[in-house]
Design a protein around this ligand. Structure first.
Ligand SMILES: Cc1cn([C@H]2C[C@H](O)[C@@H](COP(=O)(O)OP(=O)(O)O[C@H]3O[C@H](C)C(=O)[C@H](O)[C@H]3O)O2)c(=O)[nH]c1=O
Length: 182
C-alpha cells in the first residue's frame, strides 16, 4: 500500500497494490497492523456502505462527540471526496482537501476524527464503502454546509448542474456557526 500526502498533514491517500491476471484483479484493502503502524494508531469498529446516483452530494458530516475517523473508498463509479479540517488548533483549520476516488483508481482516503467529510458523485452512480473508528451517534451529528463560502470547497459540479442533497444537508450550518474540535 502506497501512502500519498495531501495538503493537510493528517489526511492521506492510500494506493493499494493490485495483482491483475487473466481472471481480473486481487488487492488487499486493509491490514490492521500496517494501518496502525504506518498511517494512524486507531482501531475501526463500524463498516458502512452507501450507493448514490449521479449528482448526489452527501455531507459535509461529522460527529461532535464520538468523532469518527473514516477510511473511505469507492467500489463502483467515481466520487470527489472532501475533508474539511474542523480542529481549531490545527495549522490547516478551515482548510479542505479533495480527491477523486473511483473503482478505477482504487484509491482510499484516510480522514481522521476532527474533520467534516462528504462526497459528490461524478459518475452515473457510485458505491461508497468505509470503515469508522467510532460508532454512529446521530445525536452528535452535524452537517457543515457543502457550499460554505468561507471554506470554499471547489466541487466538480458542471455548469447548469446542482447537487442533490438530503434535507439535513440542505440545512447545514455555515462554518462560522459550526462546532469545532480542540
Ligand atoms: C451514517 C449512518 C446512517 N445510518 C442511517 C440513518 C438514516 O436513516 C440513513 C441515512 O443516513 P444519512 O442520510 O446520514 O447517510 P449519509 O448522508 O450517507 O451520511 C454519511 O455521509 C457522509 C459521507 C459521512 O461521512 C458519514 O459517514 C455519514 O454522515 O442511514 C445508520 O444507521 N448508521 C450510520 O452510520
Amino acid at each position: 500500500m502506497k501512502i500519498i500526502d495531501t495538503d493537510i498533514t493528517d489526511v492521506k491517500v492510500l494506493e493499494p497494490e493490485v495483482f491483475g491476471d487473466v481472471r481480473g484483479f486481487f488487492m488487499e484493502t486493509f491490514r490492521d497492523d500496517w494501518f496502525y503502524e504506518s498511517v494512524a494508531p486507531v482501531k475501526f469498529v463500524q463498516d458502512n456502505h452507501s450507493k448514490s446516483i449521479h449528482g448526489i452530494l452527501r455531507g459535509l458530516h461529522y460527529q461532535t462527540q464520538n468523532a469518527q475517523g473514516k477510511l473511505v473508498r469507492v467500489t463502483s463509479g467515481e466520487v470527489f471526496d472532501v475533508a474539511v479540517d474542523m480542529r481549531e488548533s490545527s495549522p490547516t483549520f478551515g482548510k479542505w482537501v479533495g480527491e477523486y476516488l473511483s473503482a478505477e483508481n482504487k484509491r482510499q482516503l484516510w480522514v481522521p476524527a476532527g474533520f467534516a467529510h462528504g462526497f459528490y458523485v461524478t459518475s452515473d452512480f457510485a458505491e461508497f464503502v468505509y470503515k469508522c473508528t467510532d460508532y454512529y451517534s446521530p445525536e452528535f451529528e452535524e452537517s457543515l454546509l457543502w457550499n460554505d463560502q468561507k471554506v470554499g470547497v471547489k466541487w466538480p459540479i458542471k455548469e447548469g448542474e446542482s447537487p442533490k442533497l438530503s434535507a439535513k444537508d440542505e440545512a447545514g450550518v455555515v462554518f462560522e456557526r459550526a462546532t469545532f474540535f480542540i
